[in-house]
Design a protein around this ligand. Structure first.
Ligand SMILES: Nc1ncnc2c1ncn2[C@@H]1O[C@H](COP(=O)(O)OP(=O)(O)OP(=O)(O)O)[C@@H](O)[C@H]1O
Ligand SMILES: [Mg+2]
Length: 365
């Protein structure tokens, strides 16, 4: 990244004895859409509140456009904020809710009217400008909150699980709308979510939080395909995590023996030597069922113990000896009935080393 637009340096936040954000470094580029993803309590909201100015760091610095902002009050930071619970003023109309940040900034009356009309149009709520929040659906209230965060044309918009309260359809529509606004207005967006699909589909980069630290940061594809720890592998998507011992390196690949006694050929883990204990991740969709044509490095005989129909795919659970495996099969794998014996196959490159066995156990374990 050239000069970062927003930068956190060694930021710590403590509440009494509890360290909630732990020596965190993070750079965000201008115009970037970054998702903060992580389990409940991992410090996502706290980080956002420090950037917005509602909380102060215990130590460390936060800079925007080369200037330190820690110490500046929220309204001096030029950031629009959308909270999870909308936080609209119940006694004010939609129009007055949206005009509020402009009044706070002493914007002339005529300009307020023009700008409010423009954002109302943008979020498709012009027809509802005189209603009170209680007379709107959840999705409409969410759009008012979004309009209020955008009306003063901030460079940065911070969103804390803005779509959490919406049903699936509306949520997906709003995801598209927000992405569209991001592109059209060139906004820098910091978006907190604990929905992995939302993070994967919306953002330029994902920062995976765990206990107040960023466990991994990168573009969605990278985070999904090359998780650097068991925690990240399990948090982004479903996966099979297997504890193994390295048997031998074989050029681009390496031979592993799982703790349950299976021999696997894996993607070569850099710097691993025979005898090392490692954990590998095999994604459920990387495993093929009864695909006898495929020339894959790994082929195991398994028994199906559970099969659930999902419309567009089948989720199967199989056992290979003592090892349990989850498989995401296509609709045709419906032929793999519970109790039947099947052949599982997957490539060496789909057996991805995510860490050593003596690494910290994952938080969800
Ligand atoms: N004002 C506060 N006083 C004391 N503890 C706090 C305060 N605010 C947050 N915490 C604690 O800090 C930790 C991190 O909270 P935070 O709200 O940042 O988590 P989060 O990642 O946003 O979680 P969620 O996904 O549930 O929203 C939690 O353990 C929380 O209880
Ligand atoms: Mg939160």
């Amino acid at each position: 990244m050239d000069t970062p637009f927003i930068s956190f340096r060694q930021v710590v936040k403590r509440f009494a004895a509890l360290t909630v954000v732990d020596h965190l470094d993070l750079d965000i580029a201008r115009g970037e859409f970054i998702a903060l993803l992580g389990p409940s309590g991992s410090g996502k909201t706290t980080l956002l509140m420090m950037l917005a100015g509602f909380e102060q760091p215990t130590s460390g610095t936060i800079a925007v456009d080369g200037r330190r902002v820690d110490g500046l009050p929220p309204h001096k930071r030029d950031m629009g904020v959308v909270f999870q619970n909308y936080a609209l003023f119940p006694h004010m109309s939609v129009r007055d809710n949206i005009a509020f940040p402009l009044k706070m900034r002493n914007t002339p009356k005529s300009e307020i009217a023009t700008r409010v009309a423009r954002v109302l149009d943008m979020v498709k709520l012009s027809a509802m400008a005189e209603r009170k929040p209680a007379q709107l659906s959840g999705g409409q209230q969410q759009r008012v909150a979004l309009a209020r965060a955008l009306v003063f044309e901030p460079q940065v918009v911070l969103m804390d699980e803005p779509l959490g309260a919406l049903d699936k359809k509306l949520r997906e529509q709003m995801q598209l709308d927000i992405r569209d606004l991001h592109r059209r207005l060139g906004l820098t967006i910091v978006f907190v979510t604990h929905d992995q699909d939302e993070a994967l589909t919306m953002s330029d980069r994902i920062a995976v939080f765990n206990h107040g630290r960023i466990e991994q940061i990168g573009p969605p594809r990278e985070i999904y395909a090359w998780p650097r720890s068991p925690f990240v592998a399990e948090f982004i998507g479903e996966t099979n995590l297997l504890a193994c011992k390295v048997d031998a390196q074989a050029g681009e690949a390496m031979h592993l023996i799982t703790d349950s006694g299976l021999a696997l050929l894996a993607h070569a883990g850099a710097g691993r030597i025979a005898g090392d204990k490692v954990r590998v991740s095999i994604r459920p969709e990387a495993i093929r069922i009864n695909d006898h044509a495929a020339a894959t490095a790994n082929r195991l005989t398994a028994r199906i113990i559970d099969a659930v129909y999902f419309g567009d795919h089948m989720r199967l659970v199989a056992t290979v000896g003592a090892q349990r495996m989850i498989i995401k099969g296509d609709r045709m794998s419906g032929a793999a009935e519970v109790g039947s014996e099947v052949a599982l196959s997957f490539a060496a490159s789909d057996v991805w080393v995510v860490g050593s066995c003596n690494d910290q156990p994952s938080a969800s374990a």
